[in-house]
Ligand binder design. Sequence first.
Ligand SMILES: [Zn+2]
Length: 198
Amino acid sequence: MSYQKSETYKTETTNGLAELYRGAISLLGEDATREGLQKTPERVAKAMQYMTQGYHMDARAILGSARFREPYSEMVIVKDIELYSMCEHHLLPFFGKAHIAYIPNGWITGLSKLARVVDCYARRLQVQERMTHQILDVIQETLNPLGVAVVIEAKHLCMMMRGVSKQNSITTTSAFSGQFEAQETRAEFLKLITADLH
Ligand SMILES: [Zn+2]
């Protein structure tokens, strides 16, 4: 996804946020008027709007716009979908990869749409566990497949930069529905994605 052009930002939102960030910079002990920081509040205001643009995206519409009739009923897997989100407890990024699979039941979707669905939920204030289920639920509800599997592995800057400082820990979450609740199908999916898990 290309960077959003400045004219698509809401001026009122940008100005309001910039004002608040200017105050935050001062409270943190900096001189918000010094040269290097003069335009920072406005930049942060725009960056934050970009990183939370998922609130203005509709995952159902994304999947619904690309539903195709197809008798294919083998597992469809999209691995290693890049993911950038923001922890709602600290407003710090977490980032990693999503792996999604579904077993069609007469309907398939464009593979790129699954990546857009991930963006739709990632670009919000999130917790990884909830996002995992939101992605599963919208695929289940929109495509009505025989099953859905979602695995997300991510590093959380709030764990790496502060507090416990667990530099290398990766949080893995997963959610399964339908046929993926069966041990054998789930195992096949996990085997197919595990080659790239690290
Ligand atoms: Zn956090």
